[in-house]
Design a protein around this ligand. Structure first.
Ligand code: GLY
Length: 423
């Protein structure tokens, strides 16, 4: 089959790489892709904001399947457009994509369907914020309703900070229109876990649990990023925890969205907080996580193409894939200054040396300038490796990451430590 991957980050490079190793897949294309994907597959430059252009590209290439990586095109209805024209696609329609596109929609959905999540109030003005200011105690989370590229959640410690942050968000200063409606939400403590399923609208395929590292610095310090590294190890959840997640969260969500009239076809990501009172949903994403996809795709065996095509066609066949025994780990190499402003065009060295260790270097913010690999984004590379146990997976990923060089390169030194401490 021929597959088109939409997007150009580390997640999409990992999809392309895994699909390229599937017996059923003859050709992988990407739009727009990135410098790493382009070394392995043909990339196209259409603007992924333009649904009609992406549909025309898929039709021109006569692809059998399209996998939509990022959330924005899903919220903008790209999957609906493909389905309207009879094309097989992985990704929910615009209505179901509201689970990620609107935090208010998703919290109201969870409340309606009895899915465990923190208590909250919707705030559209400073007077509504004042009315709810002390309701959940402190710290408390202020969350922008709309898509905000990982910048829409701010934890505030007291009333003054809540007023200041609320004013900045509601005025559009912080995340533009995405913040003009807010949630004020009870703060939850515990460990975060990423739990992802692939659904065909009726049943689902469960990925092993993974754990992201959102803050920029070690020990979870500093501002949040898109994710500075992730590891995948089935031991992240006990058998009991996994069962509770499947019954109270995954099944209730998929049944709920179906009974609301929007069966979910695609990846559904549950950002969970493992609290004293059991797992609670922090957020939904209507796509795979980035960087979680990198260690997950590295660990997957079998035919990912068959798995995805079966889901897109509504007859999910989970037997097409399996998993390597050992855990996997991805270290994100970031540009200096990220997640604030950062330079671009910094020459990158050491990718071949990193891969010579057996790791895979997934590209994210990279470009070719006069034939030379340079940085072109905040998260630049995701160095991914496996091992017989978590310690060796982490060690192998860091041994490879040490080979990468560019001015001001930053990566966290503690990816996977929570897992190592636990076991
Ligand atoms: N890793 C979190 C996300 O993809 O949003």
């Amino acid at each position: 089959m021929k597959v088109l991957v939409v997007g150009g980050g580390g997640r999409e490079h990992a999809f392309c790489w895994r699909l390229g190793r599937s017996d059923s897949v003859e050709q992988v294309y990407a739009v727009p892709g990135n410098a790493g994907i382009a070394q392995e597959h043909r990339c196209f430059s259409q603007d992924i904001k333009l649904n009609t252009e992406i549909l025309a590209l898929a039709q021109h290439l006569d692809v059998d399947l399209t996998v939509i990586g990022p959330e924005a095109p899903l919220v903008a209805g790209l999957a609906d457009k493909f389905r309207m024209h009879g094309l097989s696609v992985i990704g929910p329609g615009a209505e179901a994509a509201q689970l990620e596109g609107s935090k208010i929609f998703s919290k109201q959905f969870m409340k309606r369907h009895g899915i465990p999540t923190a208590d909250f109030a919707v705030v559209e003005s400073m007077s509504e914020l004042e009315a709810n200011l002390t309701r959940f105690g402190f710290p408390v989370a202020l969350k922008a309703d709309g898509l905000a590229a990982g910048k829409g959640v701010i934890i505030v410690r007291d009333e003054d900070e809540a007023r200041e942050t609320g004013t900045a968000m509601l005025s559009g200063e912080v995340v533009g229109d995405a913040g003009k409606r807010l949630l004020i939400e009870q703060f939850m403590t515990g460990e975060e876990v990423s739990f992802i399923v692939l659904s065909d609208g009726k049943t689902f395929f469960e990925f092993p649990p993974s754990q992201d590292h959102k803050p920029i610095f070690d020990n979870d310090l500093g501002p949040n990023t898109g994710g500075m590294g992730a590891y995948c190890d089935p031991r992240i959840l006990s058998t009991e925890e996994r069962q509770v997640i499947l019954t109270t969260i995954v099944e209730n969500t998929l049944d709920g969205i179906r009974s609301d009239g929007y069966p979910f076809v695609g990846f559904l990501y549950f950002g969970l907080m493992m609290t004293e009172n059991g797992p609670q949903v922090l957020e939904y994403n209507v796509r795979m996580g980035d960087p979680e996809t990198q260690p997950l795709m590295y660990r997957m065996t079998g035919d990912a193409g068959e798995l995805l095509l079966s889901a897109a066609r509504g007859n999910l066949n989970p037997k097409t894939v399996g998993w390597d025994e050992g855990p996997t780990c991805c270290i994100v190499c970031a540009a200096p200054g990220y997640p604030s402003s950062y330079p671009q065009g910094l020459p990158i060295a050491g990718v071949d040396e990193a891969e010579a260790t057996g790791a895979k270097v997934f590209h994210a913010g990279t470009a070719l300038q006069e034939g030379n690999l340079v940085t072109a984004g905040g998260r630049v590379l995701g160095v991914t490796a496996g091992g017989q146990n978590l310690a060796s997976a982490i060690g192998n990923a860091y041994a490879a990451a040490e080979k990468i060089q560019f001015d001001g390169l930053h990566y966290r030194k503690d990816i996977g430590q929570k897992g190592l401490c636990r076991w």
